[in-house]
Design a protein around this ligand. Structure first.
Ligand code: GLU
Length: 451
């Protein structure tokens, strides 16, 4: 009874975000040689945690208390960098694990930032714009000097937007008058110091990473995007930009979804038409000439490339065996659990992991930050060319290192994680992580441990 086995596997899986990030970290560190153990213990922990509680007057004049979190994991390469998410399920554990992920992501694409993340426990879907503005301003004021253009730089994430970033900038600027405060936050509106190409950068980065990866010919009959059948979970900033990018590159987008459900048409969907329908009706569901499917069905749909671009833990022990894609491109952070990684590796499904696939967002955030230092604005072509080159370099670094394992040069006896068989050939997540961890460890030693 495969259904029952899958359900019990899913039930056994520990989805605590810290546990998951430790498992991923341990898998990677198992392949790294030549550093003192204590250094990795340091890299495991966040540098600083800030938790604030603050009251907000809601539109109905009642008062509600909110919890806001900002975590800096590491600042060895530069200021902390990472998004702020608004969601009812935001937890300290999740924010810590996402701050860590940002450290590895920035190191992997070689930008001079450390890792940070923030969140407010709130329900943005059921809050008015005025309420969200008050939450944002008050959270920013509570953080005061916890964030700063050279210490910790927020950006958009789940259910935060350019508008949220404009409010953060404005509040910070009022509280720190007399300085060029534009670089305190990235993902701002174009008119307010944002960068051309930032809002589509994460989705486009997924496309550039996929194109480069396919060109390595690991999937013999799929060496380019053109002709690939693509399924995308999530139709927010990341999912919709990825859909447009894959479509432009000649792929057939056969299914997309949002939090209300999914739509499918094996003849192919036009992302512009889907976006227009969603803008008018609030969801992709109900689009003419499409079949309505659930988010679960969407993930298991027959396709070549699956792009999870919504929430975490979507591909897990309970559904990994049913995934039919040959390549998973992680537009979201942490969409795949460690047990699912193992199952998918056994099935021969490749995964371009979050810290590689979705690093386009923070890369263009870095370009925005550079532009803001000089109060300049680059052209879209310049941003696009630089982003593409950096994504290609990151894919090459991961692929080349992976190949060195594949030819047996560095294979250790096996790196086992809790209840699993030894895994001699690391997957791309492990390789991407180990490159990033090595870079941060090396930089820590080059700086010298103070005092
Ligand atoms: N929230 C995005 C991420 O997880 C972007 C972060 C940033 O631009 O700083 O990568």
């Amino acid at each position: 009874m495969p259904g029952k086995t899958a359900a019990s596997a899913a039930a056994r899986e520990n989805l605590d975000p810290i546990h998951i990030s430790e498992q991923q970290f341990d898998r990677a560190v198992g392949y790294i040689k030549g550093f003192k153990k204590g250094l990795f213990e340091f890299l495991r922990k966040p540098k600083r945690i800030t938790i604030v509680h603050f009251p907000i007057e809601l539109d109905d004049e009642s008062v509600q208390s909110f919890k806001g979190i900002r975590v800096v994991h590491n600042r060895v390469f530069g200021p902390g960098k990472g998004g702020i998410r608004y969601h009812p399920d935001v937890s300290l554990e999740e924010v810590i694990s996402l701050a860590k992920l940002m450290t590895w992501k920035c190191a992997l694409v070689d930008i001079p930032f450390g890792g940070a993340k923030g969140g407010v426990v709130c329900d943005p879907k059921n809050s008015s714009e005025r309420e969200l503005r008050r939450i944002t301003r008050r959270f920013t004021a509570e953080l005061f000097d916890v964030i700063g253009p050279h210490t910790d730089i927020p950006a958009p994430d789940l259910y935060t937007s350019e508008q949220t970033m404009a409010w953060i900038f404005d509040t910070y600027d009022v509280l720190h008058a007399g300085y060029n405060n534009r670089p305190v936050v990235t993902g701002k509106p174009l008119e307010m110091g944002g960068s051309p190409g930032r809002s589509e950068a994460t989705g486009n980065g997924c496309v550039y990473a996929t194109r480069r990866f396919l060109s390595k010919a690991l999937i013999p009959d799929q060496q380019e995007i053109a002709g690939a059948r693509v399924v995308i979970q999530g139709f927010g900033d990341v999912g919709s930009a990825a859909a447009r990018g894959f479509f432009r590159a000649g792929a057939k987008i056969i299914a997309v979804s949002d939090s209300s459900g999914g739509i499918c048409n094996t003849e192919g969907l036009d992302p512009e038409a889907v976006a227009a329908f969603k803008a008018e009706h609030g969801s992709v569901v109900g689009m003419p000439d499409t079949l309505t499917i659930t988010n679960e069905e969407l993930l298991e749909h027959e396709c070549d490339i699956l792009v999870p671009a919504a929430l975490g833990n979507q591909i897990h022990a309970g559904n990994a065996r049913n995934i039919k894609a040959r390549l998973i491109v992680e537009g979201a952070n942490n969409p795949t659990t460690p047990l699912a990684d193992t199952i998918l590796a056994e099935k021969g499904v490749y995964i371009l992991p979050d810290i590689l696939a979705n690093a386009g967002g923070v890369t263009v955030s870095y370009y925005e930050w550079v532009q803001n230092q000089a109060n300049e604005q680059w052209g879209l072509e310049q941003v696009t060319a630089r982003l593409e080159a950096r994504m290609h370099a990151a894919v090459d670094a991961v692929f080349n290192r992976w190949q060195s394992f594949a030819v047996g040069a560095e294979v250790p006896a096996g790196v086992a994680v809790e209840g699993e068989a030894a895994q001699p050939l690391p997957d791309f997540r492990t390789v991407a992580l180990l490159i990033a961890i090595e870079r941060v460890a090396r930089a820590t030693l080059i700086r010298g441990i103070w005092p």
